[in-house]
Design a protein around this ligand. Sequence first.
Ligand code: SF4
Length: 388
Amino acid sequence: MPPSSPKPQDRGEAHIRDRGDACPGALRLHQADDGALARLRLPTGVLTERQVRLLADAADRLGDGHLSLTSRGNIELRGLGESCGAGLADVLREAGLLPSERHERVRNMVVSPLAGPEVQSWAARLDALLCAEDWTPELSGRFLFAVDDGRGDVAALSPDVTLLAAEDGTALLHVAGRTYRVAAADAPRAALTAAGAFLAAARAAGTGAWRVRELPPGQDVDVTGHLERAALAAEPVPDAVPPAGAPPLPGLAGDGTVCVLARLGRVTTAQFRALLPAAEVRVTPWRGFVLPHFADRAAAEERLGALGEAGFITRADSPWTGVTACTGRPGCAKSLSDVRADARPREGALPVHWSGCARRCGHPQGAWTDMVATGEGAYRMTVQGSTK
Ligand code: SF4
């Protein structure tokens, strides 16, 4: 059976790239106006208690005492001194958060925050495979994998390669507009193989594409051939469209999982430590945290209340749910205003994103109310994105 045709939404931003991406990393720091910035990839999204403590200590000792969350579930430390790079790398190595220095900027993955152990294990194995290959550092720092537990939450974040848990226990691999059914045990290797197919296509196109949607129209991504050469059994699934699900809302998910959002995606180290004790802390691409494994509803409710007192958003009907902001001033020289101080609670139904300039860094997917600074404390409001 031939594979289905690429869907239009997977293409359409083709242009020529004449340089590598400039994405910051844990080792390649970005010099911002408020000091150096380090971006730490958390491929599985999971932090242990010890890792939370080490990161909080590092933000206090080396940075500005805050941690920022990104729309890819990464953590950023800001306000780092010029000579902090080596010290931060030591902390990350000690925490087990830097398994491969060569690969640290390509470990870009989003995982359904409420995923069970099997889907979590796909993400961990995919990360290990990424870090074990010589060719994967050729991927750009923008290339994104999604490992979705079937609810469609991270599949909706425009990833380049998606693994989706299917109801029959298999995995669906979605890349370049095509979908394949693979055995669950093969899922991580199939996702990595698909990334290899993209790189081959990017080389053939010669346009320096960082992402699948940047490939020129008509440039084939030979996923089928790569899967065959990797001896991976894959059944094409024609006309499959990955689901677009909603992220977990702040509050309780089930009886034993606590979900909170960080207001405007930034927490103090005291707030970060307030997430503990926890069996694990999951960082979400919606700038929040998930704490699973509470013994019962009463224990989870008690923790939710404590996190509300610590300043987290804990209710879906909070006017701050769905309000995001770029870095703005003083961290970003391009910003026309102090965006984070200017941001206001949401009044309408759509998410609201506040930006200091037209780049709109970190804006949400789908439709949103767009507040772009036009001067000090002045904003232009429009609705952006698709309302479909
Ligand atoms: S949107 Fe503009 S002002 Fe805001 S962080 Fe991005 S570049 Fe800076």
